[in-house]
Design a protein around this ligand. Structure first.
Ligand code: MN9
Length: 294
């Protein structure tokens, strides 16, 4: 099974005012980050406002990303929805579009037991024939896995890896050590360097859309043993992330992209539009990020 390595932006979904996909902005975003050296893209995840998109639009997005990327990088699509059958349908459409792997948030809202959740993953994987990356995001899904439960999932042959959107590096280290052949992705950009130090070699992150170059550099510095430089860079991206989180992470990323010349529209309601004061904060943070880099 192919092991993923490198930096994968969890891309935002560029929208026009009528909420249709903005394919021109999508292409610009993909080309910009490919030129910076990203290894692939994570599509239709939390950052992509997946659960706010109407039926069919997530599939349209997955198709569009595959068409733009044309095999130059990996494409991992979150096809997780509320039911096994609907997720299988989306996984089949993603397979048809040519994705490298699928991923899924655990089924949520209803209180499923762990057997139901595990079988959800196995059933989708089996039906689609694609490698599956489990999306562990307890903060948003409300589903928490113990380390033993994740080990059981990763022990299954169809499960190719896991996107660890938790701050629990003890759990992450255990998974990396126990499953050297599987892909363990860091899912929190603010702990990218600490994750590298426990053996993680791949990351999926929302902020890579606006500063992938910085993370690629952190990894390069880490790999060449220049830890102080890597730590300084992590510190400078974290100052930016502090502001993004304060403003509201997904809409703030769209705001920064707009300031960088790629207008991806606003996040869908109930998210509120950015205010003038928000834009000022973002502009200031961008300036500090660039200055810190000189
Ligand atoms: O996809 C993102 N996860 C979520 C990854 O937003 C749930 C992260 O990149 C975070 O946005 C980022 C800020 O906490 O690490």
């Amino acid at each position: 099974m192919k092991k993923f390595e490198g930096v994968f932006p969890a891309i935002i979904t560029p929208l026009k005012e009528d909420e249709s996909l903005n394919l021109t902005a999508l292409e610009k975003l993909i080309e910009k980050t490919l030129a910076q050296g990203v290894s692939g893209f994570y599509v239709g995840g939390s950052t992509g406002e997946s659960f706010l998109l109407p039926d069919g639009q997530r599939t349209e997005l997955i198709r569009a990303v595959c068409d733009i990327v044309r095999g130059r990088a990996g494409v991992i699509a979150n096809i997780g929805t509320f039911s096994t059958s609907a997720s299988i349908r989306m996984a089949e459409q993603a397979a048809d579009a040519g994705v490298s792997a699928i991923s899924a948030v655990p089924p949520f809202y209803f209180p499923y037991n762990k057997t139901e959740i595990k079988e959800y993953y196995y059933d989708i994987q089996r039906a689609s024939g694609l490698p599956m990356i489990v999306y562990n995001v307890p903060k948003l899904s409300g589903v928490s896995f113990g380390t033993g439960e994740l080990e059981e999932l990763l022990g299954h042959e169809g499960i190719a890896g896991i996107k660890q959107t938790t701050y629990d590096l003890y759990q992450t280290e255990t998974l990396v050590r126990s499953f050297p052949g599987k892909s363990v992705f860091c899912g929190h950009d603010e702990i990218f360097l600490p994750a590298l130090s426990v053996g993680v070699n791949a990351a999926i992150g929302s902020t890579f859309s606006i500063m992938a170059d910085k993370f690629i550099e952190i990894r390069r510095q880490y790999q060449s043993g220049r830890l102080e430089r890597a730590r300084a860079l992590q510190g400078s991206v974290n100052q930016m992330i502090d502001v993004l989180l304060e403003v509201g992470i997904f809409k703030a990323i769209k705001g920064v992209l707009k300031l960088q010349g790629i207008d991806c529209g606003d996040c869908k309601r109930p998210f509120k539009e950015l205010t003038e004061a928000d834009y000022k904060k973002l502009e200031q943070a961008m300036k500090i990020l660039e200055e810190g880099n000189r």
